[in-house]
Design a binder for this molecule. Structure first.
Ligand SMILES: NC(=O)c1ccc[n+]([C@@H]2O[C@H](COP(=O)([O-])OP(=O)(O)OC[C@H]3O[C@@H](n4cnc5c(N)ncnc54)[C@H](O)[C@@H]3O)[C@@H](O)[C@H]2O)c1
Length: 385
């Protein structure tokens, strides 16, 4: 019999929808599955909106009080898809209350919060509770394949990791102010929102740590109107560039921008080693480009691998017949499948999923990038644990 896992969801926006969508699909796509998620309660601040969201997503209950939700014994998993300033305290409370916790990225608003969250998760882990940070791209078929190719040594000694995560959502200076543009609510801008994914992906793919960081975070549009036309100060970056020295001796550069006019969501990752190279482009997410110096000279060149095929990806067998593509939503579905399966079977969340330890590592780099951008020069990462 599958174990029933009641879910309490904080947030009903973009990510609340992505997580709920995943929870609904998992039992029938991955059938037979060891867990049966139950949509118990959804929480938000606005009563009318959260009531509507509960009806639309089919949660049994709704509330505007996350503490009440966390105290509910019918809830086994607390899913935190709220804005960044509401990650820490509810996660700490949920871990204390014995819940398994999934939190959206970046895990915390700052390093102080991240350390508290990591500590609480470590203690909860000792009591059998699972925790995961929603770095969903770890569950993209092509990026899972990239990790395997690198781990098999097919790229040889790694020289470069390069990421460009570019959007144009803020390129219009009149775009309204919202929570992501406030340091108090978001922590940072393109850095924490987009480059957090790149930092985690770098660690996931190369299985190395960041040693030292140089950065330039910049705000192009410092004032924006809010919904009622009042001008508000933007105190986070629109764009972030980071240079990183890695423990494995490689160089990395991570560029993230929300003012990259013409790009909706463009994420390109390139890895170069002594024996080959890899390219991932989110807009062609089913494919991975791979170059091998081991090929005969007359055949050398980037080849395109269809990464959603069963030979390339261990989730493929659950989906469609060969050649039928997967998309962005599937990364969230795979991530939640992994998390629920780990809870039901006791398997480890790491290395496929990002635990709160990975969330802390990412926050260390974000904090160092903030410091480096302010002071200039290299900032070393001093790992807390
Ligand atoms: N993994 C990804 O690919 C990805 C993509 C987008 C966003 N995110 C992350 O997901 C989180 C949410 O982002 P989003 O785009 O869904 O935002 P959103 O604005 O669409 O939704 C935020 C939700 O948080 C709720 N909320 C905010 N403050 C609250 C409070 N004090 N109490 C209760 N509810 C509160 C809001 O009601 C809303 O439902 C952020 O941490 C963001 O960085 C991750």
């Amino acid at each position: 019999m599958p174990v029933k896992l009641g879910v309490g969801m904080l947030g009903y926006g973009f990510m609340g929808k992505a997580h709920t969508n995943a929870l609904k699909k998992i039992p029938y796509i991955f059938y037979p599955f060891p867990a049966e998620p139950e949509l118990v309660t959804i929480c938000g601040r606005n009563e009318a909106n959260v009531r509507e969201a509960a009806a639309r997503y089919q949660y049994q209950k709704w509330t505007t009080d996350w503490q009440e939700m966390i105290a509910d014994e019918d809830i086994h998993i607390f899913a935190n898809t709220g804005a960044n300033d509401i990650h820490c305290e509810p996660c700490l409370a949920a871990l204390k209350a014995g819940k398994h916790v999934i939190v959206e990225k970046p895990m915390a608003l700052n390093l102080v919060e991240a350390r508290r969250m990591y500590q609480a998760a470590r203690e909860a882990g000792g009591r059998g509770q699972k925790h995961i940070v929603a770095f969903n791209y770890r569950f993209a078929p092509a990026l899972r394949l990239a990790r395997r190719i690198i781990a098999e040594g097919r790229l040889g000694r790694i020289y470069h990791f390069r990421s460009a995560y570019l959007l144009d959502r803020l390129s219009d200076p009149t775009t309204s102010f919202f929570w992501r543009l406030s340091k108090e609510k978001a922590g940072s801008g393109a850095l924490g929102d987009l480059n957090s994914h790149a930092i985690d992906m770098l660690r996931f793919l190369l299985q190395t740590e960041v040693k030292s960081v140089q950065a330039w975070n910049h705000t192009f549009n410092c004032r924006r109107p809010n919904g009622s036309g009042q001008m508000c100060t933007v105190d986070v970056d629109d764009a972030s560039m980071i240079w990183l020295q890695l423990d494995n001796g490689a160089m990395a550069s991570l560029e993230a921008s929300k003012v990259a006019t013409g790009y909706k969501t463009m994420w390109r990752i390139e890895v170069h080693g002594s024996e080959g190279g890899l390219v991932f482009d989110l807009s062609r997410g089913n494919e991975l480009q791979f170059y091998s110096k081991g090929d005969p000279l007359y055949l050398q060149g980037m080849r395109t691998i269809h990464a959603s095929e069963p030979e390339a990806h261990d989730y493929a067998k659950y989906w469609w017949p060969r050649g039928h593509n997967l998309g962005w939503e599937h990364y969230h579905i795979h991530m939640l499948e992994h998390f629920l399966r780990c809870i039901a079977t006791g398997a480890e969340v790491t290395p496929w999923g990002a635990t709160f330890a990975d969330g802390l590592r990412c926050q260390e780099v974000i904090e160092a990038a903030l410091e480096a951008s302010e002071k200039g020069g290299w900032v070393d990462i001093n790992h807390w644990v």
